[in-house]
Design a protein around this ligand. Structure first.
Ligand code: HEC
Length: 217
């Protein structure tokens, strides 16, 4: 059974990358009309969305991390918690508006309930988790959703350094008592603790309209 799953899960993820879902005719016609819009094949749209998704999620990650490091340096982990709870969402929202792409961070062990996975995101997170536990590398994934007009780009988020543990590690051992009580007061249903370096923390999830990809050309 284990061997079968080992084979099956990457196969599902890989299959999900294929251009098997067709773009609807309305969107295809709309995006291709006009002199400026260059005609792109389904495969090119998927490929470009993959590159764009990578660059947007990197930009979002860098912005969050730069601000978080600054807040921790200035106010310590406890003080920086308010930064995360107040500022993480607006930073992500601003980038979403800038690019016309819905950007989210999601996790099955979320701190903020709003970051729990949707039905579309859950199976991908589950596969990432399986891969992480079995030493299989987690590549970014892209698949068509919403009738084929939107691409869902996802990329794993890993607990990369001990820095994360001050707020996501083991209570008392990694998370100081003062920080812990502030987490409890801000998030009554926090699931984002007990992580270790190297664990899968969640994933970036970007809804990229195919139309937005084509209009960039
Ligand atoms: C100063 C404390 C602090 C540190 C350090 C920290 N986080 Fe968080 N993290 C938070 C808080 C608070 C939230 C909830 C933010 C919100 O309400 O949207 C959060 C949310 C998240 C989420 C969104 C999913 C969820 O649980 O709601 C991810 C993913 C995440 N953190 C990853 C990381 C990673 C990776 C690191 C290390 C590079 C890190 N965090 C370091 C406090 C922290």
């Amino acid at each position: 059974m284990k061997i079968f799953l080992n084979f099956l899960i990457p196969a599902i993820l890989f299959a999900a990358c294929g251009p098997q879902e067709r773009i609807s005719k309305t969107v295809f016609d709309e995006v291709n009309k006009g002199m400026e819009a260059k005609k792109l094949s389904e495969a090119q749209i998927t490929q470009e969305a993959m590159i764009w998704g990578d660059s947007i999620s990197n930009e979002a990650q860098q912005q969050l991390m730069a601000n978080l490091h600054k807040a921790v340096n200035e106010q310590g982990a406890t003080g920086a918690l308010s930064f995360c709870s107040v500022n993480a969402a607006p930073i992500i929202k601003e980038l979403s508006e800038k690019y016309g792409v819905i950007i989210r961070r999601t996790s099955t062990r979320a701190r903020n309930e709003e970051n729990l996975p949707t039905k579309e995101e859950f199976p991908i997170l589950d596969a990432y988790q399986y891969n992480a536990e079995n030493g299989i590398e987690n590549d970014p994934n892209i698949q068509a959703i919403e009738g084929g007009d939107v691409l869902l780009y996802t990329k794993a988020i890993v607990i990369s350094t001990e820095f994360c543990l001050a707020c996501h590690g083991h209570p008392k051992k990694d998370i100081e008592t003062g920080t812990l009580s502030k987490i409890d007061s801000l998030y009554s249903r926090d699931l984002a603790r007990d992580f270790e370096v190297g664990d899968l923390r969640g994933m970036w999830s970007l809804k990229i309209p195919k139309k937005a990809v084509v209009l960039r050309f």
